[in-house]
Every structure is written in structure tokens, then in C-alpha cells.
Design a protein around this ligand. Structure first.
Ligand code: SF4
Length: 228
């Protein structure tokens, strides 16, 4: 819990007898203080890392100290997606869809080696090499699995990131669309970027001699974030 002294960021002198009742601060500081102290994570887990995330929410580590104990079962009420576990190709479309359903401001944390880069399954036929190839990640927490303490350290990093934002510059208060829609990948022979349907269909319709694969076909199956 932030006390009055910390909130008093411009540093104006406040008489001692009012120090516990009055704060002089900036809109940015107040705006960020409220958001960083009530981050609501989306409640879902993908694999073993999720067990550590659950432990972090239990009484021993007590995320209520950071205002983050309210894990929401709906993306509409969440502002933090903790990707905890192995991200399979089958799961990626659902993860991106959930991300798109979260309102702004929203943040993403990649918890563990699997979510950050594929982990021990990096070369696997069914696992993506990091969720950041599909959605923007704000904080990476290393480890296999990261301990609850490591997750909490990552959450504190996220709070520091929120502290640096300015209400005058954040994307979600600007004119125009208030969110970045990420195309939902499609599960196929490999995961596909819907923006490249026509190109993929054209390449797939070409006759390819057995055992050969045209170079452009390899390129066409790359993930959307690799192009960004
Ligand atoms: S990083 Fe390790 S502990 Fe976490 S999901 Fe992958 S294999 Fe499991």
C-alpha cells in the first residue's frame, strides 16, 4: 500500500500536522497509482507454471499485498494476462482471442521458459517458440518453472512500467481505435496469419514435386509477429 508520503511526488512541503491527511501529486501519479495497485489478472493456466502462479495467489505469498488478488474468470474484467505454461499451436488462437477481448489498458506477462521462448519444447511440432510471436509481451519471467517469488518480482516490474506511463500519451486515450486488434491465427497444417490467406491459398494450389518445398511457401507459414 502506498502511503501519502510516496504519493506526494512533486515534493511540496506539507506541514507535519497535515502530513497524514494531505497529498499534493500529479494526475499521472494518481492515475498510475490507482492502476498499478489494482491489477486484475485473467484466471487461466496452460501447464506446470500455472501451479506456481496458483501458489503465488495463496496465503504464503499473498498477492493481495499488491492489489492483485482478484483473478477474473472473464477477459472483459481483466487487465493482465499471465501466460503461465506451454503455448501449443492448438491453444494460440484462443489466447489471442482472449487478449483481443480484454479492454485497454491491458498488459501481458510471459511466465516461464515455455511462454517466453518455447522452453524445453522449443523444437516440438506442436509448440510455439514464445507467445510474443502472437501478442505483445510487457514482462518476461525466466525459469522452469519460475518460483512464486520470481512471479512477484515480475509483477513489481510491471508496476514500475505502469508508473512510467503518462495519461497524456497512452494509446487508449488517443483519437481513433482504442485498442490494437491482433489477428487471430488459424489452426491448420501450421498456424496461419489470416491476413495472408490469399497468398497461402495461391502457394498451396501450385503443384510441388514430392520432397521439394518452394522457398516462398516456407516464408508464407511464418507467424504474424515475426513480420512486425
Ligand atoms: S517453463 Fe517449465 S514449468 Fe513452466 S510450463 Fe514450461 S516446462 Fe512447465
Amino acid at each position: 500500500m502506498t502511503d501519502n508520503k510516496e504519493l506526494n511526488s512533486p515534493g511540496y512541503e506539507i506541514p507535519d500536522d497535515l502530513a497524514h491527511a494531505v497529498s499534493i501529486t500529479t494526475i499521472d501519479r494518481l492515475y498510475n497509482w490507482g492502476r498499478r495497485s489494482s491489477v486484475w489478472p485473467l484466471m487461466f493456466g496452460l501447464a506446470c507454471c500455472a501451479i506456481e502462479m496458483i501458489a503465488a495467489q495463496a496465503s504464503r505469498y499473498d498477492l493481495a499485498r499488491f492489489g492483485m488478488e482478484v483473478m477474473r474468470p472473464s477477459p472483459r474484467q481483466s487487465d493482465l494476462m499471465i501466460v503461465a505454461g506451454t503455448v501449443t499451436k492448438k491453444m494460440v488462437p484462443s489466447i489471442v482471442r482472449l487478449y483481443n477481448q480484454m479492454p485497454e489498458p491491458k498488459y501481458v506477462m510471459a511466465m516461464g521458459a515455455c511462454a517466453s521462448g518455447g522452453g524445453p519444447f522449443k523444437e516440438g511440432y506442436n509448440v510455439v517458440a514464445g507467445v510474443d510471436k502472437f501478442i505483445p509481451v510487457d514482462v518476461y519471467v525466466p525459469g522452469c518453472p519460475p518460483t512464486p517469488q520470481a512471479l512477484i518480482a515480475g509483477l513489481i516490474k510491471l508496476q514500475e512500467k505502469i508508473d512510467k506511463q503518462s495519461i497524456r500519451k497512452v494509446r487508449w486515450y488517443r483519437k481513433g481505435a482504442d485498442t490494437v486488434q491482433i489477428p487471430v491465427p488459424v489452426l491448420g497444417p501450421d498456424i496461419m496469419d489470416p491476413r495472408r490467406y490469399d497468398e497461402i491459398k495461391r502457394l498451396a494450389s501450385r503443384a510441388v514435386p514430392a520432397g521439394e518445398k518452394p522457398a516462398e511457401a516456407v516464408e508464407a507459414t511464418s507467424s504474424p509477429a515475426e513480420e512486425a
